[in-house]
Design a protein around this ligand. Structure first.
Ligand code: FPP
Ligand code: MG
Length: 300
């Protein structure tokens, strides 16, 4: 796939993903509508939709036909991701004013509603995903395993664990091992979740699920290092959120640890290791491999 046809294809697949995700958002009616509006505001603000996209592409390595179960899990993971962004931006955490090119949820709806909107998205994600138990396909066992993964990876031993270490160690001396723990859990876990759920629902074997997890772990690490790089090199305009946020928050990042050159090299290396793992899975992997490669060159 050449570069410009990949870009066109990527835009079209992001649009499809977007349409699937918004289909499951709640209607903004009732006495609770403020929280519903805040939830929808944050999700509809856009974003790269990377996690549901990765889920869908990984699913396609194992199964050509899509179904509603996949769509429900795609929406669910973007809701979980969005909740984590709303809470990450709160004054008690990173205290950021912009996200996805718009004012952060707490600035528009107030801190109280932003906390509730995050809670709402997390809970609603499971409500939407659990709807897949009622479907004939792909069956209880796969949906059950996917639900378990959807609960575990963003949880206390995954994303929340990483965020905890991040909050506690910000502004303090940190070892490389601690920084890697933060990156692997805070960012990597959700990407692992996306690709594992795609593999599980698509009918992958245990070994293939593990390979998808290993590839996702490399992609997640490369993605977060690139995030650290962009915090230094990008502009607020392209990124849609403040730059130099790490410096402002006295965060030790992969770039401060390793230097810019080494960080950029590691992104490329991790990505090529991920590509080898994806190649070993076979199937319709052309787009997923191009996407993995593209992520190392992303500027937002
Ligand atoms: C940007 O994703 C987000 C990250 C790189 C992950 C950072 C991790 C957290 C915010 C975890 C917070 C956890 C809790 C429990 C509060 P992206 O560039 O894909 O964003 P986009 O969807 O807006 O494009
Ligand atoms: Mg932040």
């Amino acid at each position: 796939m050449n570069n410009s046809s990949f870009e066109t294809e990527l835009r079209s697949r992001i649009r499809d993903t977007e349409a699937i995700v918004v289909r499951y958002l709640p209607e903004e009616t009732g006495y609770n509508r403020t929280v519903l509006r805040a939830m929808n505001y944050a999700v509809r603000a856009g974003g790269k939709r990377l996690r549901p996209l990765l889920m869908r592409e990984t699913y396609h390595l194992f199964c050509p036909e899509e179904g509603e179960a996949l769509y429900r899990f795609m929406a669910a993971i973007e809701m979980i991701h969005t909740y984590s962004l709303i809470h990450d931006d709160l004054p008690a955490l990173d205290n950021d004013d912009y996200r996805r090119g718009r004012k952060t949820t707490h600035l528009v709806f107030g801190e109280d509603m932003a906390i509730l909107a995050g809670d709402g998205l997390l809970n609603y994600a499971f409500e939407v995903a659990a709807g897949a138990f009622r479907l004939a396909e792909p069956g209880l066992a796969r949906v059950g395993r996917a639900m378990e993964t959807l609960a575990a990876k963003p949880g206390i031993y995954g994303m929340i664990g990483g965020q905890t270490a991040d909050v506690e160690l910000t502004g303090k001396e940190m070892t490389l091992e601690q920084l890697q723990y933060i990156h692997e859990h805070k960012t990597g876990a959700l990407i692992e979740c996306a690709m594992m759920v795609g593999a599980i629902l698509g009918g992958a074997s245990e070994e293939q699920i593990r390979t998808a997890e290993a590839a996702a772990s490399k992609i997640g690490m490369a993605f977060q290092i690139q995030d650290d790089i962009l915090d230094v090199t990008a502009t607020e305009e392209t990124l849609g959120k403040p730059v130099r946020s790490d410096e402002k928050n006295q965060k030790v990042t992969y770039v401060t640890f390793m230097g810019m050159e080494r960080a950029a090299r590691d992104v490329r290396e991790l990505s090529s290791e991920a590509v080898s793992l994806l190649e070993s899975l076979g199937g319709e992997n052309g787009f997923l491999i191009a996407l993995t490669d593209h992520l190392t060159r992303r500027d937002r």
